[in-house]
Design a binder for this molecule. Structure first.
Ligand code: NAD
Length: 469
């Protein structure tokens, strides 16, 4: 597979596509690896994972540069992503030996307990927009609790995951326990369709999520799906002025808008809109778009040509359908941008609720603005979406902030901030944004299954108390 640079469209690397036969071999090896790995003590597994975290930090510049070149994210954000990704190995490495079951009081003369055990081979399939984060977010918890893990990165951005694979093997993870299988849809189908896989964790588009869920249903394999979003940011007139504009702008323009959590619908209380539109428009026009490796760049190109064309098409159609261009960042001279996949960060106003730009995920640096009169109307507008990944509330009225957070139909709500994510907090969506939760205790529940053990404490000859349902 050719791997392209989003900066100029040139081929920066070539990576071997994993064939379905190679996937089957990797699953066989992972089954063997699982037997070895799950027999290790949780303490030992935790130490091994923390060694991977250390190795990532030792190679953080190399990983960040690969990510910047392949993904197109500015170098400082790429470095921040690599460091956050490494933290997953420390956090789950620490958590590995803190998972315990329960001793349960039951009727009769029994010692009854539940324990958590790993599923077996976990298949992880991830998208192209934050490759190193998605790789570690799935591999670290899967391995921590004793599973083997096979990761299929997106065909567009496999480079950082391949380097991570090397670091994991050099850190001493046993053969077969973890593998990165580059490839496209056929590789993904072979992996998620293999009946020997015991859990599927997927991040990506909802259409793909449905196909994977259907394949998983055929094998009765549990799945967690983290899908897209069309998240609203609700701005009340009493929003904290000092952080609002930066918060809204980074909520939509971070990673060039290629974020599932992008706050792409900005809903503003009537009366506050004129001032906010002006300030947000000024900030948007001032965004420095350019080469991700240049120190001054705030927003890089879109990662793929397809995404660039999709974003441009959706802006064009919105304007043709009556939306007005409130502001657009200036792109540097085309001579400097060459053949890169750049799209100017854009704000659109005068949109109607039924427009594609309001209903569908763009996955690019584009936000729509609309206004509301009352709190109830704000909540209804925010919830008027098939997605349910995230939302933001901007208000200094504490009671209102909690009231609104309660009523928003979304897996995550941020109040007076946006986009903060941690391995310690549950993360996932509702509706078209998917199901299942990763992070913290939710990750323990996702990556392990419960076993119940009953032991009789009496030594009578006959068991008189067997109860069949
Ligand atoms: P995608 O669904 O096209 O691809 C995701 C992955 O699935 C890729 O690795 C791809 O090769 C693989 N794949 C494709 N078809 C498959 C099949 N039939 N069986 C198995 N695997 C298959 O998504 P994308 O375009 O790479 O990423 C963008 C999407 O990801 C957006 O919708 C975005 O919102 C979503 N996303 C969600 C989250 C989240 O945490 N909720 C985070 C980031 C991105």
């Amino acid at each position: 597979m050719d791997i392209f640079s989003p900066v100029d469209g040139s081929v920066i690397s070539q990576v071997a596509d994993t064939t379905p036969e190679e996937v089957a071999d990797a699953v066989s090896a992972a089954r063997r690896g699982f037997d070895v790995w799950s027999a290790r003590s949780p303490m030992e597994r935790g130490r091994a994972l923390r060694r991977v975290g250390e190795a990532m930090l030792q190679h953080e510049d190399e990983l960040a540069e690969l990510e910047a070149r392949n993904l197109g994210a500015p170098l400082p954000s790429s470095l921040a992503m690599v460091r956050r990704a490494a933290q997953s190995f420390f956090y789950f490495g620490e958590l590995a030996d803190k998972v315990a079951g329960d001793v349960v009081p039951v009727e009769g003369d029994y010692f009854a307990y539940s324990k958590r055990e790993p599923h077996g081979v976990v298949a992880a399939v991830v998208p192209w927009n934050a490759p190193i984060i998605f790789a570690t977010k799935k591999i670290a918890p899967a391995l921590a609790f004793g599973n083997a893990c096979l990761l299929k990165p997106a065909p567009e951005t496999p480079l950082s995951a391949l380097l991570l694979e090397r670091l994991m093997l050099e850190s001493g993870l046993p053969e077969g326990v973890v593998r990165v299988l580059p490839g496209g849809r056929a590789t993904g189908e072979a992996l998620t369709g293999d009946p020997r896989v015991s859990l599927i964790v997927f991040t990506g588009h909802d259409g793909t999520g449905k196909a994977i869920a259907a394949a998983a249903a055929g094998n009765l394999v549990p799945t967690a799906l983290e899908l897209g979003g069309k998240s609203a940011q609700l701005v009340f007139a009493d929003a904290p002025a000092n952080r609002l504009v930066e918060g809204l702008a980074s909520g939509i323009f971070a990673n060039a808008g290629q974020a599932c959590i992008a706050g792409s619908r900005i809903l503003v209380e009537r009366g506050a809109e004129e001032d906010l539109h002006r300030r947000l428009a000024e900030r948007t026009r001032a965004i420095r778009v350019g080469d991700p490796l240049a120190p001054s760049t705030e927003v890089g190109p879109q990662t793929t040509r397809t995404q660039q064309e999709k974003t441009e098409r959706m802006i064009r159609d919105a304007v043709a359908g009556g939306a007005s261009l409130l502001a657009q960042a200036e792109l540097p001279d085309s001579a400097d941008l060459g053949d890169g996949y750049y799209v100017a960060p854009t704000l659109l106003a005068d949109v109607r609720p039924d427009m594609e730009i309001v209903r569908e995920e763009v996955f690019g640096p584009v936000a729509v603005l609309a206004s509301f009169e009352t709190e109830a109307e704000a909540i209804a507008m925010a919830n008027d979406t098939e997605y349910g990944l995230a939302a933001g509330v901007w208000s200094t009225d504490v009671a209102r902030a909690h009231r609104v957070a309660d009523r928003l139909r979304a897996g995550t709500v941020w109040v007076n901030t946006y986009g903060v994510i941690s391995d310690r907090m549950p993360f996932g969506g509702i509706g078209r944004s998917g199901y299942g939760r990763e992070g913290g205790r939710a990750a323990v529940e996702l990556y392990t299954r419960l076993k119940s053990v009953w032991t009789s404490l009496h030594d009578d000859e006959v068991t008189r108390d067997i109860e069949l349902p």
